[in-house]
Write a protein that binds this ligand. Structure first.
Ligand code: MN
Ligand code: MN
Length: 302
């Protein structure tokens, strides 16, 4: 895939999405405290983003302890934060241009695990630039995390983002890879190291609250049709079951999944059930370097 230089409107939208995300994240992370519910933090964050005139590129993810990704509360989930490790992963779009970033809030007493992911991200951002192979960026991530005595999550990767598409090429591995593709000017890329003290492999759990439209096609079931009409408003981006107005949408979602109209994103958990930390930024690859659009959420920023 070739990329021309981004036009000014696209760059401005990427920056705006990043700015809204940073503001939302820096409030949200302060709200992650034992006793407060996941849903309260998620609702606040998603409302803040919408009220800021931006859109959600995907539901706010709240991943706890061994969970790495794709966890978001259902509408009746009253789970509260405890003394745990919590990854907050937020996606914002402006006119379809996406910012995707994550921080880890630790109440579990493992600050070095959080630091390992953050320092790996810093090293990766330092390494990234036009003509740099993604495998070299991955090596920087792996070296830092292993230097802390932890393991990167090897089967999760960073990724490109494009307009109204939260996951595109290139894939950015969290380990060193020989002979990989080069980053190109005009790309927007999310880099996201995960660190764990387990084996570094995630598998699918049983919970599933995030879905995405796969292909539009007619369905017979009346409730499934109503739900499908609502899904059209999500711009082909991932959505949460709790965003649907019909509080009995569960059956309709199952029908739509069976018909391959939507796909689900089951929660991903570390296979050894060990803690996972995450740090993520979105950056634009420019002619002579990178511009981090989500600057200001990690300790090493600016
Ligand atoms: Mn993310
Ligand atoms: Mn991402």
């Amino acid at each position: 895939m070739s990329h021309g230089p981004l036009d000014d409107d696209a760059i401005e939208s990427y920056r705006e999405a990043g700015a809204v995300l940073v503001e939302a994240m820096n409030e949200a992370r302060e709200m992650v405290e034992p006793g407060r519910s996941h849903l309260e933090v998620v609702d606040w964050t998603e409302d803040f983003i919408r009220e800021g005139g931006a859109g959600l590129a995907f539901p706010v993810n709240v991943s706890v302890d061994a969970e790495a990704s794709h966890a978001t509360p259902g509408r009746d989930d009253h789970t509260t934060f405890g003394n745990r490790m919590v990854c907050l992963d937020v996606g914002v779009h402006v006119d379809g241009y996406i910012a995707d970033a994550a921080v880890t809030v630790d109440h579990s007493g493992h600050p070095e695990l959080v630091e390992a992911a953050e320092m790996a991200l810093e090293a990766a951002v330092d390494e990234a630039g036009p003509g740099v192979e993604v495998g070299v960026v991955g090596k920087a991530i792996e070296d830092v995390i292993r230097g802390y005595g932890y393991t990167p999550v090897l089967n999760l990767s960073g990724h490109g983002v494009e307009r109204y598409d939260a996951h595109t090429e290139p894939s950015v591995p969290n380990r060193g890879v020989d002979r990989s593709v080069e980053l190109e000017p005009g790309q927007a890329v999310a880099i996201e190291p995960f660190a764990t003290d387990g084996r570094g492999k995630v598998g699918e759990g049983t919970t599933e609250e995030i879905y995405e439209l796969e292909r539009e096609r007619s369905v017979r079931d009346r409730r499934a049709r109503q739900v499908l009409e609502e899904i059209a408003a999500f711009d082909d981006l991932p959505f949460a079951a709790r965003w649907l107005s019909n509080d009995r949408a569960g059956m309709a979602l199952r029908r739509l999944k069976q018909a391959n109209v939507i796909k689900g994103y089951p929660v991903l958990k570390e296979s050894d059930e060990t803690l996972v930390s995450q740090a993520e930024h979105t950056l634009l690859v420019t002619d002579d370097g990178v511009e981090v659009t989500t600057d200001g959420i990690h300790g090493f920023d600016g």
